[in-house]
Design a protein around this ligand. Structure first.
Ligand code: SAM
Ligand code: SF4
Length: 335
């Protein structure tokens, strides 16, 4: 093993301590902004990391300074051995968390508690069952909503992620914020981002500034409290005075937070992505299966990280479809 922790430090001095692991490319929803209507070309089954391989790779990162692991997907909980993986990863000295669409999360409450998971991010883009169906192409609104309430009752810290799309759910911004009046949750509005096959168009995106226009039109400025963001936080956090919960905006498009980025991503087929927007990937699974050390591959991938958004450092570049169509669809990255 290479002993120094520096393999996770990039050429701009950013230390990568947060690993997001995608457990599967499969999902029980079909969100339009995440996956193309025709689906994606799935990796062959034997190219997907086994639970032992997930653990081995995760442990290598932890040995080099990763302190936080988030499981994602596709939908991480549709993987048959999700509970085995959760329990194995819970033995590592890291803060473990998960991002889920919550459709079947009620079946996992005991496992999540046994694994000492405290933070759960749930995606919910509309509070209207019909619109939920339109965006997810599935009729699971009630299940998801009830499961969110269950998670809150069980004491998990819940963040709700809503991807905003112009003319579709931007009229629900205030309804989402009103949810935080009596619920101890954080609602996070995410700027719609471009990925392969999601028909991104800047005009569909609702920007940080536009969200704040809605907020300022509804609440008096004295009531809108700008909160302290945590170090490496990707969101700008606010709350309405007197409300139990808070809200935030994740503005990767109009206001990238790359300077303080500490994140790296492992896809379900064992590729390391040094940035969400990067179209290049490093295969860790093949060397692992060949019994080779994966540390040199990790170091090389980290060193190759661009300063801003995988090299798409201007809005003009972000708007070029050929640049993001080299990237995967979000469902195969993991968010
Ligand atoms: N299935 C889980 C879920 O939906 O929470 C985990 C995986 S999902 C890919 C992770 C996050 O990525 C979700 O919060 C989703 O809303 C977000 N996401 C997917 N496509 C996106 C896009 N084009 N722009 C912004 N966020 C996106
Ligand atoms: Fe599935 Fe999550 Fe993508 Fe929706 S956002 S299709 S729930 S992976």
């Amino acid at each position: 093993m290479i002993n120094n922790k520096d393999i996770l430090q990039d050429s701009f001095g950013r230390q990568h301590t947060y690993l997001r692991i995608s457990l599967t490319e499969l999902c029980n929803l079909r969100c339009t902004y995440c996956m193309p209507a025709e689906g994606i070309q799935l990796s062959p089954r034997d190219h997907i990391m086994s639970y032992d391989e997930v653990y081995e790779i995760a442990k290598t990162f932890v040995d080099h300074g990763v302190t936080k692991i988030r499981l994602t997907g596709g939908e991480p909980l549709v993987r048959r051995d999700a509970d085995v993986i959760l329990k194995k990863l819970a033995t590592l000295p890291v803060e473990l968390s998960i991002t889920s669409n919550a459709v079947i999360i009620d079946r996992f409450v005991d496992t999540l508690q046994a694994c000492n998971i405290k933070n759960i991010n749930v995606s919910l883009d509309s509070l209207d069952a019909q619109k939920f169906k339109e965006i997810t192409r599935r009729s699971d609104f009630e299940k998801v909503y009830n499961n969110i309430m269950l998670l809150i009752d069980e004491g998990f810290k819940v963040k709700l992620n809503a991807v905003l799309i112009n003319g579709f759910n931007d009229n629900e911004i205030i309804d989402f914020i009103e949810l935080t009046k009596a619920l101890p949750i954080s609602v996070r509005f995410i700027e719609f981002m471009p990925f392969d096959g999601n028909k991104w168009d800047k005009a569909k995106m609702v920007s940080y500034a536009q969200v704040m226009e809605h907020v300022n039109a509804r609440f008096h400025e004295d009531k809108i409290v700008r909160m302290q963001d945590a170090p490496n936080d990707t969101s700008k956090n606010y709350k309405i005075e007197g409300y139990m919960g808070s809200f935030a905006i994740i503005s990767s498009v109009t206001n990238p937070f790359c300077d303080s980025c500490n994140r790296i991503r492992l896809t379900a087929n064992g590729r390391l992505k040094n940035c969400l927007f990067s179209s290049s990937e490093s295969d860790l699974l093949t060397p692992l299966r060949e019994g080779k050390s994966i540390e040199p591959m990790i170091q090389k991938a980290i060193q190759a990280k661009f300063k801003i958004r995988g090299g798409m450092d201007t809005m003009e570049k972000l708007e070029q479809p050929d640049l993001h169509s080299n990237n995967r669809s979000m469902i195969a990255i993991g968010g």
